[in-house]
Design a protein around this ligand. Structure first.
Ligand code: G3I
Length: 395
């Protein structure tokens, strides 16, 4: 009964995106669904997110960490429900070069192998960020033994080494991550570690070096609060303006990653998200929802039961609205959740009293949010615009 009402809500909301008519790909599903309806069930209720999304060429992903896929039941969900993997931490500089000149690719390789084994694409994350930098690098910059020019050269080496290692295996790279302020007006954060220590050329340089190392990878700028979260849309405007400038200068930036970390306690505009995606697409950029989750207040970090009964409706609703905005714009090519269970979410460790951010619960059972995404994707096959293929299959 509870599940029926969730599906009904999803169906009503998805009606708007179906206004474009039916696609050729949708026909077989429609026929099967009609047959199955008379039998009292619809086939898509047992279909995976990845299979439903594939009907319109959308990829659905999750961030993963190696420890989690060592649990067979977790790995089974990760491999069957998703068609893209984002290493949540394994490709960050701190992990891959823990000592200067000494590399550890074991975690990244493990996730690349997992993705390959499950016929999944990979979003590489992330090359240039102010967090999770190696201690030798931050210490060297702080004590003056690494100069600004040397830092720029080390960044060049880092990007060239990592992107070359995984050349041909990465669909989308998050090249630069979280450079803009949350202020109004927003702009590149002049206090950002990279801006302070290397200067603003680090951003265009990073894209240029990544492109040289793997000309076929799609190169993304990735950030939060740039898709309808902030009432003024100031951060969107600043990122949009900056990416337009980079494109006009011929910098190889191909996409923008909208992280999508939502919280039910704040206002958020799905209509604005859709407009923002459309505007980025108008620059000739691809768009990806890269780190979707929706957090709320919970009883404790272990069980993660929402303390406000309304949030049990708001949480799946916001997931669904995020996905529907993505579905409406064909340049939006992937929708990734930042870990799929509540137990592997970053939220309880960072936001005191909050959790319940995933689409599976702490016992690896699908939640209302999962069923909302599933029904949205099933309906999308009946008219959401199909995405153009943007990857070359691995040999
Ligand atoms: O590996 C150490 C371990 O040795 C140590 O015992 C333990 C003690 O706290 O820490 C472990 O490192 C943690 C690391 O995750 C690996 O689990 C760090 O403390 C912890 O800060 C780190 O958090 C990551 C966070 O980025 C860092 O800012 C999260 O897992 C990761 O999900 C999160 O991801 C970011 C995206 O990359 C960018 N966008 C925001 C998103 C959420 O913060």
């Amino acid at each position: 009964m509870r599940r029926r009402s969730v599906l009904a809500a999803g169906a009503a909301g998805a009606a708007a995106l179906l206004a474009g008519g039916t696609s050729a790909e949708a026909a077989p599903l429609a026929k099967t669904a009609a047959q199955a309806a008379s039998a009292g069930d619809a086939p898509w209720t047992s279909a995976s997110l990845r299979d439903l999304a594939a009907r319109i060429g959308l990829r659905v992903g999750s961030a993963l960490i190696p420890q989690d896929i060592e649990t067979p039941s977790y790995a089974a969900i990760a491999g069957s429900q998703f068609s893209v993997v984002t290493p949540g931490n394994a490709m960050k500089w701190q992990i891959v070069e823990p000592a200067r000149g000494s590399y550890d690719w074991s975690q990244a390789d493990q996730l690349v192998s997992f993705a390959h084994a499950n016929n999944q694409l990979i979003r590489g994350h992330t090359l240039i960020w102010h967090n999770q930098l190696p201690a030798w690098l931050t210490a060297g910059v702080a004590n003056g033994t690494i100069t600004s020019a040397q830092l720029m050269e080390l960044a060049h080496q880092h990007i060239t080494t990592e992107v070359t290692r995984y050349r041909g295996k990465i669909w989308q790279w998050d090249v630069c991550n979280e450079f803009f302020t949350d202020a109004n007006p927003s702009g590149i954060d002049q206090a950002n570690w990279w801006i302070v220590n290397a200067g603003p050329d680090i951003i265009p340089n990073a894209f240029t070096w990544a492109h040289e190392a793997d000309p076929n990878a799609l190169l993304f700028y990735n950030d939060y609060n740039i898709g309808g979260e902030d009432g003024s849309n100031a951060k969107f405007t600043a990122v949009y303006t900056y990416l337009r400038q980079l494109r006009s200068q011929g910098v190889p930036v191909h996409g923008v990653g909208i992280q999508g970390h939502l919280d039910t306690q704040y206002g958020w505009s799905p209509a604005r998200l859709r407009q923002d995606i459309e505007q980025y697409a108008g620059l000739g950029l691809k768009v990806a929802i890269t780190e979707a989750d929706v957090r709320t207040f919970v009883n404790n970090a272990t069980d993660q039961v929402p303390t406000d009964s309304l949030s049990q409706f708001a949480q799946p609703f916001e997931y669904s609205e995020m996905l529907k905005a993505a579905l409406a714009v064909p340049e939006c090519i992937s929708f990734t959740v930042w870990g799929f269970t509540d137990s592997d979410s970053w939220v309880p460790g960072v936001f005191a009293g909050e959790g319940y951010a995933g689409i599976y619960d702490v016992n690896q059972q699908p939640k209302a949010a999962y069923y909302a995404l599933q029904s949205d994707l099933a309906l999308a096959a009946h008219g959401a615009p199909r995405r153009v293929r943007t990857y070359t299959p691995r040999s």
